[in-house]
Design a protein around this ligand. Structure first.
Ligand SMILES: [Ca+2]
Length: 454
């Protein structure tokens, strides 16, 4: 009954919103089409805003999106065939395709990219962001495309400021007869984690708490133990080093937040804020000491694939959604916002039914994958991770164990759950064209020791 009432009130909200937005008073000009501002952070964890549940972080500007818009707490990128998880993630998002069906970075039809679809619908499109590990065809399809070289600690410190400056300049010069689509994708808070000094001053490493899942070493060989990102911290991981890295990471996020705030303020002053859909996402997650890991090449919830996703603006109700969504869902979502047709073959699903207040199921499970060494599936409660190279399986009860510390797969009492989840994993593999075997005839040893001299 209560649920029914909630649904009814949601419907009223939706109706009210629709009336307010799309039915102009007699004689009034039709409502202008939505502008789109998409801030896409690099290696941003799903808890990487204060309003997303991290009380240590200071993110007053991006928090306002959570406070008024829709937060997707179960948003993911699907998988990666390379250590640079960014690349397939960004390609999926700009093409609406799943991880094994995306084109290479310099391949694919530019006309099917997000910016061209929106341009065809009348939008002025603008990208500023990193060039490396991006979908090159996608970013070159923007009418205005600024690629920033922000490698190195010194350049990186000013990256958020320069990206925001570029957006502000575009907003000052843009064609006011067309709505805009801005894709701002700075290499922040990706390492090297340097921000302007005032942001580092906010975080004392000694005060930063470690995750309950912090471990000095990952307990077994997950198939990708010495990839670049994992070398960013010493083995065994230490609390001191991890706290320092977290402090630097948080400083970069607060820097991004501050400069995002400058863009928000400019939009408010120009009167465009009320007509702008604002999206905040990360391209992939990141472990920062959880399970002894420091990269995005793993499938834990505080690992590579789980990302933040917040959408706020006209027509979007306030709330939190536990729907299972992928970043590739933004593709049809932005098309719908722009009034652009969604091309055939799009595998993403529009999020608008949820953004408008509907309580709908987009997918029954989330499937994630990394190279040929890790596969996972989760449903509302259970999470299965399979490591085919070593014939090892983890089963977690995410209701009771959100940090994935208690592997139930070897407990005979949970054998049925393992079977059910394996079936769901195989179904997802079939759906997404993934023929990776889930076990090896000659498994590698599970035990792992850090390389000497690291
Ligand atoms: Ca990334």
């Amino acid at each position: 009954m209560e649920r029914e009432m909630m649904k009814t009130s949601k419907r009223w909200m939706v109706l009210a919103t629709l009336i307010g937005l799309f039915v102009p008073a007699a004689g009034a000009a039709p409502a202008p089409r939505l502008n789109i501002l998409h801030i896409h952070a690099d290696d941003h964890r799903p808890d990487g805003l204060r309003a997303l549940g991290n009380p240590v972080l200071q993110t007053p500007n991006l928090d306002t999106l959570v406070e008024r818009g829709m937060t997707f707490t179960r948003a993911y990128t699907m998988g990666s065939m390379v250590g640079a998880v960014c690349l397939p993630s960004r390609t999926m998002m700009l093409t609406g395709k799943s991880w094994l069906r995306i084109p290479g970075a310099r391949e694919g039809d530019p006309e099917r990219t997000q910016p061209r679809l929106l341009a065809a619908a009348g939008y002025e499109t603008f990208h500023v962001g990193k060039g490396g590990n991006e979908y090159t065809v996608g970013i070159e399809a923007f009418e205005h495309n600024i690629v920033m070289d922000d490698r190195g600690r010194e350049r990186r410190a000013g990256s958020s400021r320069r990206h925001a400056d570029a957006v502000l300049k575009f907003l000052g010069e843009r064609d006011r007869d067309r709505p805009f689509y801005i894709y701002m994708a700075p290499p922040v808070p990706h390492d090297p984690r340097s921000a302007e000094p005032q942001f580092h001053a906010l975080y004392d490493p000694k005060e930063i708490p470690l995750s309950p899942a912090f471990m000095p070493l990952h307990p077994f060989d997950n198939g990708e133990m010495t990839v670049r990102d994992e070398k960013l911290a010493p083995w065994p991981r230490t609390p001191e080093d991890t706290r320092r890295q977290l402090a630097d990471y948080y400083a970069c996020i607060t820097g991004l937040d501050y400069h995002a705030g400058r863009i928000f303020e400019a939009l408010r002053k120009s009167g465009e804020w009320e007509n702008t859909l604002v999206i905040f996402t990360g391209d992939n997650g990141l472990s920062l000491g959880e399970h002894g890991l420091f990269g995005k090449q793993n499938l834990y919830e505080f690992g590579g694939m789980h990302v933040p996703c917040v959408i706020a603006g006209p027509g979007v109700v306030h709330g939190r959604s536990e729907a299972f969504v992928y970043l590739m869902d933004l593709y049809p979502t932005l098309c719908e916002a722009a009034g652009a047709p969604v091309p055939d073959g799009c595998e993403g699903r529009s999020l608008w039914p949820i953004l408008r207040g509907g309580d709908i199921t987009i997918r029954e499970t989330i499937y994630t994958a990394y190279k040929d060494c890790q596969r996972a599936v989760r449903d509302d409660r259970w999470k299965l991770i399979v490591y085919p190279k070593i014939n090892y399986t983890q089963l977690f009860d995410l209701f009771e164990d959100p940090h994935e510390l208690n592997n139930l797969a070897e407990d005979p009492a949970f054998a049925g759950h393992v079977e059910v989840m394996k079936h769901k994993l195989i179904e997802a593999q079939r759906l997404y064209g993934d023929d990776c075997p889930l076990s090896s005839a000659n498994p590698a040893p599970m035990a792992w020791t850090p390389p000497a001299g690291q």
